[in-house]
Design a protein around this ligand. Structure first.
Ligand code: 6PG
Length: 244
């Protein structure tokens, strides 16, 4: 399912409404809502719309927040995905942190990947032997990476682990990341992609063009769950509507 919007703002309002609806549906059934968040700049706009559109203050206290990936930096570092989320979502919603399970970027990376994997196995329902998220929010980099699975680390898409240590190809920065199998095991995966600088790779992926397999984002194909693309017109400008 591909949703295209005139602006990132309109996209973020729509995706925030979907998030709120899914969380409410889950909680109405007395089921915890387990969501994994991505970092970067795009989710910031989404979180702002969740806050401004929030008319159910108690809702988010019943949601369990996890991360798709985290930079191996302290939680107060300017590049921390947790810090960005705390500033734009948790603090404005006065959310207690009881249900916030951050990847600890300040810890030794491989030990933290193991710890987080064990945490996911203990906290999430299982399907096909893997933790099953209700919703995973993903972005896509201008190189076609998603989560912290970069084009030079494609093995992370088929990893036997749930969490692994990755490395940013340009900066060398270490990252903790969810791997392909657990992402593809989610009930629902939503990509949020904006900007003209992603239009070429996005069209290649959505049209299943030859060569698109070199982009990690092309390998996000939830086995049983649904996959949705939330795009602004700039990112979707080269997509001809055929394909996925
Ligand atoms: C991260 C993200 C990363 C992000 C893409 C897109 O930690 O940086 O998880 O995978 O989703 O790089 O980032 P933008 O949304 O900033 O374009």
């Amino acid at each position: 399912m591909i949703h295209t919007f005139k602006s990132i703002d309109e996209l973020a309002v729509s995706l925030s409404e979907t998030m709120i609806r899914l969380a409410q549906e889950s909680i109405r059934k007395d089921k915890p809502f387990n969501i994994a968040l991505s970092g970067g700049s795009t989710p910031r706009v989404l979180f702002e719309k969740v806050v401004s559109g929030n008319d159910d203050p108690g809702l988010w206290e019943q949601v369990n927040f996890f991360w798709v990936d985290e930079r191996c930096v302290p939680p107060d570092h300017s590049e921390s995905n947790y810090r960005m989320t705390d500033e734009t979502l948790f603090y404005p919603l006065s959310l207690r942190h009881a249900h916030v399970y951050r990847m600890m970027g300040e810890e030794e990376p491989s030990a933290e990947a193991e710890r987080y994997e064990a945490l996911l196995r203990s906290q999430l329902p299982e399907r096909e032997g893997l933790p099953c998220f209700d919703l995973i929010l993903l972005g896509m980099g201008t190189d076609g990476h998603t989560a912290s699975i970069f084009p030079d680390q494609m093995d992370l898409l088929q990893s036997g682990r749930i969490c692994e240590v990755a490395r940013h190809p340009a900066s060398g920065q270490q990252r903790i990341t969810l791997t392909g199998p657990v992402i593809n095991n989610a009930e629902r995966v939503c990509f949020m992609i904006t900007g003209a600088n992603k239009a070429g790779i996005l069209a290649s992926i959505l049209e299943n063009r030859r060569g698109s397999e070199k982009f990690p984002a092309a390998h996000i194909t939830p086995a049983a769950g649904t996959l949705e693309w939330y795009l602004d017109e700039e990112a979707a400008q080269l997509f001809d509507g055929s394909g996925r």
